[in-house]
Ligand binder design. Sequence first.
Ligand code: SAM
Length: 382
Amino acid sequence: MKVRSVKEGDTEVLVPVPEEGANFAPSAAPVFFNPVMEMNRDISIAATSAFLKRMESDPEKTITYVDALSASGIRGLRVANEIGIETTLNDWSEDAYQLILENIEKLGIDGHTFARHKNANVLLHEKHFNIVDLDPFGTPAPFLAAAARSVIDLLEVTATDTAPLCGAHLNSGIRKYAAIPLNNEYHSEMGVRILLGRIARELSLHDKAMIPLLSHATRHYVRTYLHIRRGAKQADKMLKKMGFIAQCECGNREIVYGLAVHVRDKCSLCGKENIISGPMWLGELHEPEFCDETIEELEQRNCGTKEMSVKMLQFCRDELDIPMFYEQHLLCKKLGVSASAIDTLITALRDNGHKASRTHFSGTSFKTDAELPDIERIIADI
Ligand code: SAM
């Protein structure tokens, strides 16, 4: 396998050179490496470090981290090299395992970094880790049961199968996430909430609960950081934040909390048939203080995507904690008016006594606690 050296953050890693015939696609290389995911990894380093600072109360405690699906190891190698905690890098591919060993030796971090060559599900069933990171090809669904069992403090998950998550590949989404997604204007937020809903149900099997610290949908993937709590009561409390969305073609949506609920099948505004999606996570996606702590980490660190990452995290921090954004252009089209600047609309909503914010999901969208008729009236009046 031909390799080249890349530097991300403060870490220089050997990665494969993709084969020419396959258009240099990351998945065509003998070992996967996607440079486009640098932002995902930069934020991971910052978020993991921010989380560890919250745990610093017990300096004697050894914190263990596992990158369960490592490929070249770049993600876990950065954790080991830039944060310095006990790190396990695992991949079932022989080529990947050999490359991980070479990278550990080259970086001189073998005192606290271990390579494993196992099925990730076996490793995660064998051992508990404080921090579990899942960064698979496509869906993390096949690894969630084992990760939910293994994780003690922090679960970090990427999903790149946005089409099933967002309802574009409906049956695939239903199979993988045991939920019905809806592919409409807020499909990107739908994807995050369907993934979190599936993770919440896996955790509840082990009497564990999650508190989302940060979740974002960026380009072709979703990424989330979940603080884990133990106890049946915590798990019951978490499940109360699951629920359904009843969406009408008139644009009205009803957010229905709970799993044992009756979801209205007719729209309360126009009486037409609602489309029901879920079950999904309807609770918070971020903790604003954690977004700030992660921003602070990014600002202090060397990372190639600093500016972009900080900007995105500021949007996450400032967005309202209300499920499902509205798309301004869609509403304007329905009303036959032209769209104003998004900040003008947000100010108008606030001036009318409502909460309103921008959202990291889309530059032309907003979140608000206003009901649809009020939103439409305010847009028409601008
Ligand atoms: N986390 C890596 C990064 O940041 O560059 C990318 C990981 S790549 C998308 C997924 C990796 O998971 C591949 O190297 C593949 O060999 C490995 N993999 C897939 N299924 C696995 C399993 N059941 N057990 C262990 N490794 C697995």
